[in-house]
Design a protein around this ligand. Sequence first.
Ligand code: T1G
Length: 694
Amino acid sequence: MSDVVKLERHDEVAIVTINSPPVNALSAAVRRGIFENVKTAAADPAVKAIVIACAGRTFVAGADITEFGKPPQSPGLSEVISEIENCSKPVIAAIHGTALGGGLELTLGCHFRVATKDAKLGLPEVKLGLLPGAGGTQRLPRAVGPELGVKMVVTGDPIGASEALKNGLIEEIVEGPASGAEAFARKVIAEKRPLRLLRNDDSKLAAARADRTIFTNAAAAANKKNRGMNAPLACAEAVSWTLDVPFDEALKKEREMFLKLVADDQSKAQRYAFFSEREAAKVQNVPEGVKPRSVERVAIIGAGTMGGGIAMSFANAGIPVTLIETGQEQLTRGLGIMQKNYEATAARGGIPADAPAKRMALITGKVGLENVKDVDLVIEAVFETMAIKKEVFTALDAYAKPGAILASNTSYLNIDEIAAVTKRPQDVLGMHFFSPANVMKLCEIVRADKTAPDALVTAVAVARKIAKVPAVVGVSDGFVGNRMLAARSKQSEKLLFEGALPQQVDAVVTKFGMPMGPFAMGDLAGLDIGWRSRKDRGITSPIADALCEAGRFGQKTGKGYYKYEAGSRVPVPDPEVEKLIDDTCRSLGLTRRAVSDQEILERMMYPMINEGARILEEKVASRPSDIDVIWLYGYGWPIYRGGPMFYADQVGLKQIVERLQFYAKQTNDPSLEPAALLKKLADEGKTFASLAKG
Ligand code: T1G
């Protein structure tokens, strides 16, 4: 018998308990165990009802994603679900934690479902580039109605137990899942309640038969939100089969669609992203068993855009935080901006109406650095100049208690240098959030030379606790993300001198799947920032400088690389800019040429990949997948392309080396010569992924 699924009998109720940590995923052993034990219980004349429950922290969280791509093992999940659905005795699912994907599909084959009040129920397969592959697209709409059904399948977002109860997905909210389900089972037996087979229940489909816009709207919304992705549209289509395709035929079509998607590069990339995000949170090169320090009290230094956003991230996670400024005026202004931010989000329904007050109550404003004296973690987010950082860290070192961690939110300054002004370099590290910090999920955790292992794992744990995606990086100009972005920016500017226009470059990059191109991004951030920095460093960038000298700082002045109609953020190509580029190139004696979209794509992506290879050589990142996580969650790299290093493996490293060598020669730019690691892997016919296998 299975050791991950147990069967016990409480009088006339059989309890089948799944116990396969960490999330009771439906591995072959678990599927076999459920199948055998349900059959045994069904055949036992003393058993009048069967409960399926889970041990541990959650009900089944889905199929075992690690099994995808491997030869299928019997029994398949659909077979297990049919065994349950066709059982002559009532089968009740006892849900707690999260019933997701195949886990929820398992419950949909049961005749009844009960759940604890905090349970979440969903079909997130679309987030893995898939669609529910074990009947979820056909049974869920029959349980909750096609409108909520198609929304849950296409967005992949779960619903809570109370919404599930309201919409008929569960019969009751219970206390202990198994005991509550057992009590419910006894009621079903006593009442001789007829079994509820969702496959035969079309009662909720009539409305959609009358108005199919439910599906066309869901598909349109999916297409708009998930540009270039295959799965959301497939999900919307599959749910529409509930209206006019016979159930068993629809299951076959669903299975075919699932097999097509699971073999698709997009789903491979999304499943890779799922595991890479979790891998990144596992800190490498620290002694075995290092534990995080306890962090009860947190202080943020600086109530500007970044400091405010970081404070909101803690408040959003329900964690009280002290926000410290040097003057009351700055503090009041910062708190006011955060209040307005929350109110705007609540006004558009992004958070409950009472959330702004609740979250602002978690943020305590204080004036003076001495207010850090009792905190366990300080995150500094003041001006990006080394002089100010050193001044602040000197003071923090004096005021903060021993063992408090001092983190800087700097986006590129040297953490070793900052740590050196303190007496506690072992407690100093970087926590680089991305703007807007209350929205962007990435947090680069910068490991300085003397950062203690437990300080490092503490910062990673805190980042996860505030729903960020941490990735550990080393000290380097721009750490990982911005360093690779700089390699791309260098090429985007050169392409203007060679013959491309901003709108052509941006169109190639957005067609690839990035949220915006380099020039629109520059206009958003403000071209004057780079202009000031170049002047500080005594370097020029003729076209960007000319734009700034003309007062074209980007969106903030209504003109930059593009022009912006009053009140609009939509970039509009501007003939004045084309003329400025022409004039600048002419003054430099440059002859412009036609540049193909393919060259633009390669000149945007391959130099970043090359920089990623150098970052790995220098151990500034320890895994190629960490670099991918940084680009997925810090820069909006399309999830269905996995990340720059995953994409490089798909293109083929040999091809990338050849193109980099070609462009290095064509543009006389030695920085485009392939990095040694990239060249070595290409020569050996290997991939970046092969590095992860050690
Ligand atoms: N398969 C295999 N491993 C999984 C897994 C899964 N479905 N879900 C989680 N894990 C691992 C994860 O890699 C990590 O491993 C550990 O469990 C804890 O996860 C047929 C085809 C359930 C909300 O998409 O959303 O069903 O790093 O760190 O933050 O139609 O895990 O410890 O070694 O995320 O508490 C659909 C995916 C699958 C749900 C818990 N199901 N999982 O979050 O822990 S496809 C999903 C989650 C499917 C059917 C289709 C979350 C969680 P390690 P964790 P958590």
